[in-house]
Design a protein around this ligand. Structure first.
Ligand SMILES: [Zn+2]
Length: 274
């Protein structure tokens, strides 16, 4: 096993390097960054393919196979970033500078940091001669995530399904660590919030401003409806995953309203605040 400090240094240096590729999407321009990562992974023994839906924007798929059937673990990431206006920044967004014990730059959080951690871990394992006992370790580093993944994950899944198929995927977003009553916890994402759109209509009767009584105002009929919506709260129900979450927090969830109130009182960011 490598020393943790060595892994940390390697990840930090890789992150700095990745930030120096300007991959603001649009337009992305991820090719140089992806070619750089492909060379590193090939050098460590990975089978690497660059698969592009459009010129200059290749996705990277790297495999470390075992030679026998088994589960495929995929470390997933994207190298494009949202935009950055240097005038808004205290450090150049493409510098990768280290200051105040942080690596500075666009993509340092979303998500070149995790890409750097995934690639550093994969390189270190492969260089030390580690190979999966069965199945394979896969890295999928995509382009075009920030504007809808049309040329990235979506395209890979429709055009190269077999190349990116995996049994287990580690990705960004969920699974953030957090502290609750001095306990460090790791979340697991089991669902996403959805959107429920609907049209609400009230009707009235046309009148005339000079004789208000002959009309019926449809707008004012909307007021109590809006007020009821604003004051409404979701009625919680038991389901296995949230119940497991409460258990991990150490909160008795037999009464859900009380459990939510307890979590909210302890940490206002908790599930009760929604
Ligand atoms: Zn992201």
């Amino acid at each position: 096993m490598p020393e943790p400090e060595d892994l940390e240094r390697r990840t930090t240096e890789l992150l700095q390097r990745l930030i120096r590729f300007n991959t603001v999407n649009p337009p992305g321009n991820e090719e140089e960054c992806q070619t750089f990562l492909a060379a590193l992974l090939r050098g460590a023994g990975f089978e690497v393919e660059l698969l592009a839906a459009v010129e200059g924007r290749p996705n990277l798929v790297a495999r470390l196979p075992s030679g026998s059937d088994g589960p495929v673990l995929c470390l997933l990431g994207h190298v494009d970033t949202v935009l950055a206006d240097p005038a808004d920044w205290t450090h150049d967004p493409w510098s990768g500078d280290i200051a105040e014990a942080c690596v500075w730059g666009r993509g340092a959080l979303d998500m070149k940091s995790q890409v750097a951690a995934e690639v550093a871990a994969a390189l270190t394992l492969a260089e030390e001669g580690w190979r999966p006992e069965s199945g394979e370790l896969k890295l999928v580093i995509t382009v075009d995530e920030e504007t809808g993944a049309e040329h990235g994950a979506q395209w890979l899944c429709s055009q190269h399904r077999d190349k990116v198929r995996a049994d287990l995927v580690v990705n960004e977003g969920a699974g953030e660590t957090f502290t609750y009553v001095e306990k460090r916890l790791y979340g697991v994402c089991v669902a996403e919030k959805g959107v429920f759109r609907f049209t609400l209509a009230t009707s009235g009767r046309a009148g005339h401003a000079s004789i208000p009584r002959i009309g019926v105002n449809a707008l004012t009929k909307m007021a109590p409806v809006l007020e009821a919506l604003a004051g409404g709260r979701v009625t919680p129900e038991h389901s296995p995953e949230p119940d497991a979450f409460f258990e991990a927090l150490g909160v008795d969830a037999s009464d859900l309203d009380a459990a939510l109130a307890e979590v909210e009182a302890t940490d206002p960011r908790g599930p009760g605040s929604r």
